[in-house]
Ligand binder design. Sequence first.
Ligand code: ARG
Length: 465
Amino acid sequence: MAKLWSGRFEQNTSALLDAFNASIPFDQKLWQQDIIGSKAHSKMLHKIGLLNEAELQQIWQGLDAIAQEITDGTFEFNLGDEDIHMAIEGALISKIGDTGKKLHTARSRNDQVALDFRLYVLQSNQEIRQKLVALIQTLLEIASQHTQSIMPGMTHLQHAQPVNLAFHLIAWCCNFKRDIQRLSSSFERHCYSPLGAGALAGVPYPTDRESVAQDLGFIAPTLNAMDSVSERDFALDLLYEIAMMMMHISRVAEELVLWSSYEFGFVSFSDAFSTGSSIMPQKKNPDVAELLRGKSGRSYGNLISLLVVMKGLPLAYNKDTQEDKESVFDSVETALLSLEILTRSLKDLTFHTHKMLEMAKIGHLTATDLADFLVQQCQIPFREAHHITGKIVAYAEHKGVDLSELTQEELISQDSRIQIGVKEALGLQSSVDARNSLGGTSTQQTKTQIASLQEWLHLEMEKLK
Ligand code: ARG
């Protein structure tokens, strides 16, 4: 079939050009958005008197029939159609004849693609947030069971101070909460309809962009036609937000890789979320967590790829922009799948709290508590208390025991100012509960943090309904 824009051409395009130029192999993914957009556009054309009722009906029926064919898999996508917009418009004309030729009145592919892609980005933004909500919910359910499960808190990957497992899981949740907030704010920023911008300068018809925007669920139409067809900030924001979220997922994944090793032994993946080795029969590998860690790479690549495509582009539309789609599709699919897999594997994860507790007893984790005890109960200045504690740690080291295992007499023998009650202060649970400052790891503070996240999550779920 001749191209829809072939009027001024005397020869057919080369097959090589068609293959290079076409976006249909990947932008067919936007068929639903394209049909929804065409319906809203034709409805508006009818409203302002450019289509009569019968024509509008014909167009809608034709579009519905095309949607059905695509769903059934009987629609033929041809390279020669160049992109999804021309494939659908061409099919409509073949189906309903001349009326179909009126659909593209007061519209350009430039505002059409800007609309379709923006709808896809906004829908994906919502889907990702829904999955993030489910992930946080899962983490909070696990956390609620572990407000008294003690584990070593680390800095520099060295034992530092005892914390409870819930506290650690809440720290993960805080990252994912900010991911949702970033997505929500960019959703608001980009929820404006570019349709009606035309090629770049607006259109010479009395269009009603407000009603189109409203029909499509946008807040309002965009302000400036030239900006509407040329900017891809909406896609870049999503790519950045996904890259950041994947970075968070990779950090969680790395901890799961470490925790599932023999050296840590803090967690075990279920068989359903583990893999074996082709040569070592005994192995159970955390491939899922490793892949989650690795997937961040492509999401960073996708962000950089589109930033570079957009860099230096003159206004308004340029064909370079057609390169915006595959990176976004890939990042969205990666994000959705990663979130699903992470949530499912966490639900199945076994936490070995006895091992966590055992490890918390190694490394004199309550040394800071001893120093604080000397300050608070024995009126010793902190710097001196720090020094005395260091000496006692060295004594315990020498004896081959943990600080928390020294007897009261041994402790007092190190410095006569040390008072009765010191032994209790060095217990792991009392160390955790002593950190009752706002945001701290005490059981009480941890429960408050869980409640606060749950309350926030509830409001977020309302917004996503
Ligand atoms: N396939 C194109 C894209 O994805 C659609 C817009 C083409 N517009 C044009 N004037 N060539 O960007």
